[in-house]
Design a protein around this ligand. Structure first.
Ligand SMILES: [Zn+2]
Length: 455
């Protein structure tokens, strides 16, 4: 049995049979940015991500296109749906992971073009493999599909309604299934149903031969606008948000310079990518990526100002991320920018987090924020408390003094930057020994553990 498994598995390992494209253009998620591949195609397929508009995607050397239902802010365009259909008719396989809802998600139109209908009927558990197949099916819940007779149902719910099905379309395959049949964790630790999803994807994708010797590349957002030192990157779908996000950045930037007393670290923030999502952003230092409709933008502005400041703030902090409060300090910069712009939400955000921290440590003197089990709200609340106290006791401009001193004092090539180092830099910045102050707030810091001279 073991030998047989090995014999079957080996050819799969030794040759790449799937060139997949995970689409990020209709809705960005960290899951689709590599985790789907890690869960279902590792060892058998090479994956690239599509960051550009879907209808411009070159699929000549790809045989699997992975789509999600998408976000209503970026509907699938007619051109993109035509492109998907052409890809399938030419032999490609499209996997659409989607569930019906009211109103229907944009992916419903793609499903329809493939001949399937998303519905709002909740799937009834237990679910099972259709046609008596012996597959263990794990399911997180979702909605049933409505299909014509030319579909082969692979998974159905307790009332025999389809949840996953395939359909031959000319030379290729459409595979449509409820999202709950697949993993979703950004850490890729939930590869549910991989034992049968992987062989299924390989089998269907094999309808179109790919050339593993030729490069398989995913395109980046295709529109670029140079805005002084900043390069703005967006797609057809995120274009409606791009200009106003750029102008928010232009508004925020001088405040960040004023608050930190320095320009962003050398080589940082060269580009701003507009992400098709409402859910956050990321920073790679050189590039910050901002969720296009974060916090109901553009109808509400404070959350966007805070997010841009946060992601940009990471580039001010580098080359040495802050200990403990690398995330809190980024949001705190956003709060301070909001305060300078007289946005009332800034004070509310600060007050709420301070209150949440005080629930764990009423006067912030007891709980060690560096402890492994320190609650998140305590870490964030205490961080804000420290920043506000330092400003009150050593301001105005205490934060700027700190950032300027950090740049001057801490060499770029330094291997680590600890809380002891951080307190030494703060001490030098405000010309006072702050180790007792931090110890009074239950930070277990010690000047003897850093060679940076605090005074
Ligand atoms: Zn962050």
């Amino acid at each position: 049995m073991i030998l047989l498994t090995l014999a079957l598995a080996l050819p799969l390992q030794s040759e790449v049979r799937v060139h997949s494209v995970s689409d990020l253009s209709q809705e960005f998620s960290f899951y689709m940015d590599g985790r789907f591949h890690a869960q279902y195609l590792k060892g058998v397929g090479r994956d690239v991500r599509n960051w550009g508009s879907l209808h411009r995607l070159d699929l000549t050397n790809a045989n699997l296109l992975v789509l999600v239902e998408g976000d209503a802010h970026v509907p699938y365009t007619q051109a993109s749906i035509d492109h998907v259909e052409r890809f399938v008719r030419d032999g490609g396989t499209v996997l659409l992971m989607a569930d019906g809802a009211d109103p229907m998600p944009p992916g419903a139109v793609v499903a329809e073009r493939l001949g399937a209908k998303l519905t709002t009927q909740a799937a009834a558990k237990p679910v099972r493999a259709a046609g008596g197949a012996q597959l263990a099916v794990e399911y997180r819940g979702g909605r049933a599909l409505e299909l014509g007779s030319d579909w082969t149902v692979l998974v159905e719910d307790a009332q025999a309604r389809p949840l996953l099905a395939k359909r031959r379309i000319d030379k290729g395959w459409a595979l449509v299934g409820s999202r709950g049949l697949f993993g979703h964790q950004p850490d890729a630790k939930d590869p549910i149903n991989a034992s049968w999803v992987t062989p299924l994807l390989v089998e269907l994708a094999s309808a179109k031969a790919i050339d593993p010797a030729r490069p398989h590349r995913g395109p980046f957002a295709e529109h670029v606008r140079e805005l002084g030192p900043l390069r703005l990157e967006f797609t057809d779908g995120t274009q409606p948000y791009a200009d106003s996000i750029a102008s928010e950045y232009a508004l925020v930037r001088p405040h960040l310079v004023a608050l930190t007393g320095v320009e962003p670290a050398e080589g940082m923030i060269k580009s701003l990518l507009v992400l098709p999502t409402g859910g956050g952003g990321f920073s790679s230092g050189e590039r910050i990526a901002i969720a296009a409709w974060w916090g109901n933008y553009p109808h509400e502005r404070y959350p966007m100002v805070e997010l841009i400041s946060h992601e940009a703030g990471h580039s001010w902090v580098l080359p040495h991320p802050e200990p403990l409060w690398n995330e809190p300090i980024a949001t705190y910069l956003g709060i301070r920018v909001g305060r300078r712009l007289e946005m009332p939400e800034a004070e509310r955000t600060l007050a709420d987090q301070l209150a949440a921290g005080r629930r764990h440590d009423p006067d912030f003197t007891r709980v060690d924020p560096l402890a492994d089990d320190a609650p998140r709200d305590l870490v964030w609340g205490k961080s804000y408390f420290v920043f506000e106290e330092l400003e009150r006791l050593h301001g105005p401009g205490a934060l700027a003094k700190y950032f300027r001193t950090k740049r001057a004092l801490v060499a770029k090539e330094r291997a680590h930057y600890t809380m002891d180092d951080c307190v030494a830099v703060w001490s030098r910045a405000v010309e006072a020994d702050l180790f007792p102050f931090f110890r009074s707030l239950a930070f277990p810091v010690d000047a003897a553990r850093t060679e940076l001279e605090g005074r």
